[in-house]
Design a protein around this ligand. Structure first.
Ligand code: KG4
Length: 339
């Protein structure tokens, strides 16, 4: 008998719903919230309100696009955390109400597991998926982690950031350049036209597999500040070179620790996930890195890099098959780790 799961994601500023049948994606609807752009970052209160406005139409549209009636659903999977509590409460309450109304199980998903398992979302029967164990570089606005994925349920964090995440480094440096939020995609676009060797920024010297991006951020800020004293038009004249050099430095930092893990662990497959894995430079560099080391690289489709419910539905599908359901009295959580 086939299994159809509705996934619901509301951890930050994207309201999303998706339908998956036996691992095959049937719909993935995302309503992004533009309201935050003018504030230079996500405003939690506004995010919760926008989720309330969006959630019903988004879920209805996901079911419509999938051609699925709600009576055909086997379970509702939802992001229980980590994320903004007010945002999570909207998706959690909606998922609970729907599961109770339909008399079907509720499955809670750790958002980070969703990113890591997004490579199992299949759009065709033939599409290949990773083999366990694989190493996942999870890079987003809030996380930079190296995760050993042993099964859909067993993940070990080998390294993590000790300060800022890679996405924060992109966003904060973009802000220094006066670019709108979120700065990551803007840096990506500008970097394509710049010289990655034009500027040298500080790289961290941290033992083990942990990351650090705060020194880079400061180094970038000082470079811009010092040059602006000499030429008030410095940013305008050199923005492509600044973006390209920043992006190259972030990639170098990411790949350095990735290489260190692979030197120690016998892993043949490497995946990337999270918002920063949409970055063109990161994608190309990881592909090239894996090609040189004879490893299989799993680069997600861009639609599955940022927050989406398809990854929640697939993670929920694994848990549903194992019979791991969520109690109705469990609240969302704002913080957690991968394991
Ligand atoms: O995973 P995500 O959507 O949200 C969470 O942090 O949970 O990641 C958002 C982050 C932001 O920092 C954004 O600037 C970054 O991903 N990002 C990018 C690109 N697209 C999104 N960074 C660099 N290049 C991109 N193309």
């Amino acid at each position: 008998m086939s299994i159809t799961i509705l996934g619901i994601e509301s951890s930050c500023d994207d309201t999303s719903a998706a339908v998956i049948t036996d691992g095959l994606l049937r719909s993935n609807v995302i309503a992004s919230q533009k309201v935050h752009e003018q504030f230079g970052g996500v405003v939690p209160e506004l995010a919760s309100r926008a989720h309330q406005q969006n959630i019903l139409p988004v879920v209805s549209e996901a079911l419509r696009q999938a051609g699925v009636d709600k009576s055909e659903l086997n379970a509702i999977a939802f992001t229980r955390g980590p994320g903004l509590l007010g945002s999570l409460l909207v998706g959690t309450s909606f998922a609970k109400g729907m599961a109770i109304g339909l008399g079907i199980p509720l499955v809670d998903v750790n958002h980070l597991h969703g990113h890591v398992l997004s490579h199992f979302i299949r759009e065709t029967e033939e599409q290949e998926v990773p083999e366990f164990p694989y190493l996942c570089l999870l890079i987003s606005g809030g996380n930079s982690q190296l995760i050993l994925v042993k099964s859909p349920f067993e993940m070990e964090m080998l390294g993590s950031t000790i300060d800022d995440a890679a996405g924060e480094a992109f966003d904060k440096c973009a802000k220094v350049m006066g670019l709108p939020y979120p700065g990551g995609p803007q840096i990506d676009r500008l970097a394509a036209e710049g010289d990655p060797l034009a500027f040298r920024f500080a790289k961290p010297h941290i033992l083990g597999f942990d990351y650090s991006f705060s020194g880079l951020k400061t180094s970038f800020l000082y470079t811009v500040r010092d040059n602006l004293k000499l030429d008030p038009d410095f940013i305008a004249k050199r923005k492509a070179d600044l973006a390209a050099s920043l992006q190259k430095t972030i990639i170098d930092i990411l790949l350095d620790k990735l290489g260190k893990v692979l030197d120690e662990y016998d892993i043949k497959q490497v995946a990337i996930g999270g918002g920063v894995s949409a970055n063109s430079g990161v994608r190309a560099a990881v592909e090239e890195f894996c090609r040189r080391r004879n490893l299989r690289a799993w680069i997600p489709k861009r639609a599955f890099t940022t927050d989406n419910a398809a990854m929640v539905a697939i993670a929920g599908y694994f848990k549903y098959q194992k019979g791991e359901y969520c109690r109705l009295d469990l609240p969302p959580y704002s913080r957690t780790t991968i394991s």
